[in-house]
Design a protein around this ligand. Structure first.
Ligand code: GDP
Ligand code: MG
Length: 415
């Protein structure tokens, strides 16, 4: 009976996932009791979520550096915390801009390269190269000797860089209006990419990979490819923190954020039932730290762009009516409260208790047996809640980019 209830409430893939994570948890228990393990895992979780990352944004004057600094932090140009943008070079000293929601992620607006003020040789000394995890080198025109020299110096110092060609929306609009008979967006993008590659190779760069972007429409063109590569090449302990902070502007990015959050559910569940647990009113046999769960669920909303500030900004950026964007959110719409978490735990406990019985039927360390019901209930609650938040985030993206088929077909824009 218990098995049947469980089978009907959780899909096979979820069961497998839960077993695998539970295995990892049991391994951790070999080394000590629940409080010791949970405290260690709490420190791990904290360092994963708060890893420090410094990204240097460089390139020619007027190429869109400051606009990118704002866009990657999910801000428009007029937000009080935005970097100044405009036709005149505004940035004289390297200026740090912490991400508004994740201050551990710092985007540095660097002075323009190739100006008489900073010849390339002195540039890297001036900006203190050591400080950055990696650089993004932007041009809105052709890549020149200045860009290539800078790239080589960055490489020599053992750092990474990514090449960005900005303002491709301008090239596309110009081609569409000047040559309507032969216009092909794919063709314009291919030409830009080939031209960039040719020039960079001529300057001595091997296999240059250039990402085409519009800073005004980050979800289009190559942003998700750039993001994918940046995450992949980052040290593993910084990947999760960066993924949380990347703006949620396309479906591939949304799915990657969701996967990273999903991977950490078992960590959150262990910490919640292992550090300072107290009984949850109205939910039998479950004891945990509700604050851990409130902040995790709030974290899901923020990272996936469902908090009110993000939704308002998305409506502004895409020109979609705010009420339609808000209506796309079908789950909880306001800040996560203790009452909501208790209610979700109550729902989860009805599903999870059957699984707990099975879990307790196998030989497990004593410490896990005592928190088994709490652990599986919390795990199941977080997993279900995350799935709901992800569904809402998908609906919001669909609504926001309703008239924009490019967001549905990001892979067409691959190299
Ligand atoms: N159309 C278009 N304009 C852009 C783009 N990126 C930046 N701009 C504009 O280009 C100008 C210079 O941008 P800014 O970010 O100040 O350049 P910076 O000097 O490199 O910091 C501003 O007017 C921006 O609005 C883009 O991708 N597309
Ligand atoms: Mg600037």
């Amino acid at each position: 009976m218990a098995g049947r209830v469980f089978q009907s409430s959780l899909s096979q893939s979820k069961i497998l996932e839960l077993w695998r994570d539970t295995g990892a948890l049991m391994g951790a228990f070999e080394a000590g009791g629940l409080p010791a393990v949970a405290a260690r895992l709490q420190a791990t979780l904290h360092s994963l979520e708060n890893a420090r990352l410094d990204i240097g944004i460089t390139g020619g004057t007027g190429s869109g550096k400051s606009t990118f600094v704002n866009a990657i932090r999910g801000l428009g140009d007029e937000d009080p915390n935005s970097a100044c943008t405009g036709v005149v070079e505004m940035t004289v000293d390297p200026t740090p801009y912490p991400h508004p929601k994740y201050p551990n992620i710092v985007i540095w607006d660097l002075p323009g390269i190739g100006t008489s003020r900073f010849p390339t040789g002195r540039y890297l000394q001036r900006v203190l190269l050591e400080r950055y995890d990696f650089f993004i080198i932007i041009t809105s025109d052709s890549f020149t000797t200045h860009h290539a020299q800078l790239a080589c110096e960055i490489l020599q110092q053992g750092k990474r860089f990514y090449l960005v060609r900005s303002k491709v929306d301008v090239d596309i609009a110009a081609s569409r209006s000047r040559r309507p008979g032969t216009f092909s967006e794919e063709g314009v993008l291919r030409q830009i990419r080939e031209d960039c590659g040719r020039r960079l190779r001529a300057e001595g760069l091997k296999d240059p990979k250039v990402f085409l972007l519009s800073m005004f429409e980050l979800g289009k063109y190559n942003f998700h490819l750039l993001e994918e590569l940046m995450v992949k090449e980052l040290e593993s302990h910084k990947q999760h923190a960066f993924l949380l902070a990347v703006p949620n502007v396309s479906k591939p990015i949304l799915e990657k954020k969701a996967a990273s959050l999903r991977q950490h559910i078992w960590l959150v569940a262990t910490v919640a039932c292992g550090v300072n647990p107290s009984p949850v009113p109205g939910v039998r046999d479950v004891a945990c730290d509700l604050y851990v769960l409130i902040s995790s669920l709030e974290g899901y909303r923020h990272s996936l762009g469902l908090d009110e500030d993000s939704l308002v900004r998305l409506a502004e950026q895409t020109g979609q009516p705010l009420h339609k964007i808000l209506a796309a959110v079908q789950g909880w719409k306001t800040e996560v409260t203790e009452a909501l978490v208790v209610e979700l735990l109550g729902q989860a406990s009805r599903d999870a208790s059957a699984f707990t019985q099975e879990l307790l039927g196998v030989p497990v360390p004593g410490a896990l047996a005592t928190c088994g019901i709490s652990f599986t209930t919390i795990y199941h609650m977080l997993r279900t809640a995350l799935d709901e938040v992800v569904k809402d985030a998908r609906r919001v993206l669909t609504q926001a980019f309703l008239h924009d088929s490019d967001h549905e077909l990001p892979d067409k824009r691959n190299q």
